[in-house]
Design a protein around this ligand. Structure first.
Ligand code: SF4
Ligand code: SF4
Length: 134
């Protein structure tokens, strides 16, 4: 199975060890969709993880025990085209390029097939045209 998680960390030097641990100790296949690191070394990492359900649970429990913030990304994004005025403010925040400007139609569109419901785009929208539905 595949699940997606947001991992919050305090020190950037842990990034490689997280993915290494998930592979070597829990037989998982992590794919880093996005990693943002602040000046003080803290940051977030968006991971897509493939593996057995029990291995995923064990791996995430291990990360929590190590002090990481671990949040599973669930639900789906609703893009309200009636509200959206295609300003583009949300597009640069998307780690998977799922919300994007379509030059042919000159409107911002959402690809629901690749959106991981990370929520990064939501606060960028001043007209609330993007909502997370659980
Ligand atoms: S929630 Fe928004 S930012 Fe996150 S993947 Fe989906 S469209 Fe992109
Ligand atoms: S920020 Fe809101 S209004 Fe602007 S393109 Fe994105 S969804 Fe549309």
């Amino acid at each position: 199975m595949e699940k997606k998680f947001r991992i919050d960390f305090d020190e950037s030097n842990v990034l490689e060890s997280v993915t290494y641990t998930l592979v070597s100790e829990f037989n998982l296949k992590p794919n880093v969709l996005r990693a943002d690191i602040a000046g003080d070394g803290s940051g977030i990492m968006l991971l897509s993880i493939e593996g057995d359900r029990d291995d995923i649970i064990r791996g995430m429990t291990h990360l929590r025990e190590q002090g990481f913030g671990v949040k599973e990304l669930k639900g789906h994004i609703f893009h309200d085209y009636d509200r959206c005025w295609s300003c583009g403010a949300c597009t640069s925040l998307c780690p998977t390029r799922s919300i994007y400007y379509d030059p042919d139609t000159m409107v911002v569109k959402l690809n629901t097939g690749t959106c991981i419901a990370c929520g990064s785009c939501i606060n960028a929208c001043c007209v609330k045209a993007i909502q997370l539905e659980l």
